[in-house]
Design a protein around this ligand. Sequence first.
Ligand SMILES: Cc1cc2nc3c(=O)[nH]c(=O)nc-3n(C[C@H](O)[C@H](O)[C@H](O)COP(=O)(O)OP(=O)(O)OC[C@H]3O[C@@H](n4cnc5c(N)ncnc54)[C@H](O)[C@@H]3O)c2cc1C
Length: 446
Amino acid sequence: MSRPEITTDQTYDVVGLGFGPSNMALATAIHEHNRVAGRGLRLKALFLDRASEPGWHKNLLFEDASMQVAFAKDLSSFRNPTSELTFMNFLHTQGRMEDFFNRGSMAPLRIEFVAYLRWAAERLSEYVRYSSEVVRVVPRTSGGRITGYEVDVADESGVRTVAARHVVLAGGLQPVFPAGVRSGARVWHSAEFLERVAVLDTAAVRCVAVIGGGQSAAEVIEQMYHRCPQAQIHSVISRFGLIPSDASAYANRIFDPMAVDELYAADPQVRQELTEAHRNTNNSVVNPNTIAALYDLEYRDKWLGAERLNWHRAARVNSVREDYGTPAVQLGLAEGLGDGSGTLEADVAIFATGYRALDPTTLLGSHAGMLVRDELGRPTTRRDYSAHTVLPDDSKLFLVGQTEHQHGISATLLSNVAVRAGEILESILAADPAATQPTAHRKAHA
Ligand SMILES: Cc1cc2nc3c(=O)[nH]c(=O)nc-3n(C[C@H](O)[C@H](O)[C@H](O)COP(=O)(O)OP(=O)(O)OC[C@H]3O[C@@H](n4cnc5c(N)ncnc54)[C@H](O)[C@@H]3O)c2cc1C
């Protein structure tokens, strides 16, 4: 894949942190704009990703796992169905359309989705540099206004500073452990799963603890069940049982672009209540097929008299002890049902305890005070995802994937990446009216 050189003597119109689906969708919209924009109106954009190559949640890419979203929620379809970078066009170019539709599912396999992202990244390669970590973002000011940003990029040749008119932070989700728990030789987060399990002597494992009750936890339980045939698998969940995800039609509307408008405009309390009421569309819930597969394993094992799945319900881990050199990790469990508290000694404890959105505070360092925050300390944004700043801003800092508290539950998901990219591009172009002209970046129905 070709790699654009970093220009340090010129200002980019847009610099993006991250090249996951969110910023890939933006690069797609920019690419389509640039194709039809007149000379001088094209946007000079650079996206930086610390990963060495295109990918997507590589440690949870199980070969038979499916996406939790329909194929058309891709990088461009909902913004511009005629885009070259739709999932449909990917299938078409691979000669796989018939196979896909004969399968009768709207949800691609995860490995298929990653193949699509790689294919799209190849076509967007003029905009992206991999192995390039953004380590600092600093606002430039003039006359009491924010007029640009300096972005420090670390790569194999050191740290360089690039100048940007607008910056889009789309760094995705960061794994979260419960307070006091840290990653260790025998304590993993599910986000590390495949690279950790690859070096585990799975045949020797006798006891696995999986903490959490969401999709990742259920998948990790299933994986460890099959990979460690001698092991008892202990699931530690806060509920009575796994809760199925709600993918029904009316609930799904909460992911629609129109819902983003409604939720953004809503009273914060209403928005919060709706987000909590519909969390079971996405968070801490499990696809019914995965639940059925687990239950079938347990059911069969009962008949065989060889049960290996153990449920610690209404339970939480209240201590984790991993002594260097010992072959086990000790988990202190508090259980609301059954035998109550106790200690579980496991060969490995895998925390599938979720993620949190990127926090721009670290990147901004001593400039973090430029962000306007709500009463809970969260940065607030405009409808176009640009941060409210203490100083008036001619240059915008877009916080993508970090605004569930304002844009609703789809903020961290794929559902709206295409439409959101169009909105961000529109906002960037509006900041420089000369560049505004009708192009394919707008929503198809607008
Ligand atoms: C296992 C798993 C499965 C999921 N499945 C679905 C699903 O089926 N449907 C759905 O809608 N959502 C799903 N999600 C939610 C997920 O957040 C989105 O699918 C999607 O990845 C969001 O895209 P993004 O570009 O915002 O973030 P990411 O895909 O996380 O991309 C962020 C990128 O930023 C880069 N980065 C981070 N920090 C820096 C830095 N300082 N400098 C440079 N680069 C940096 C990272 O390397 C990464 O490439 C899933 C999440 C997980 C963990």
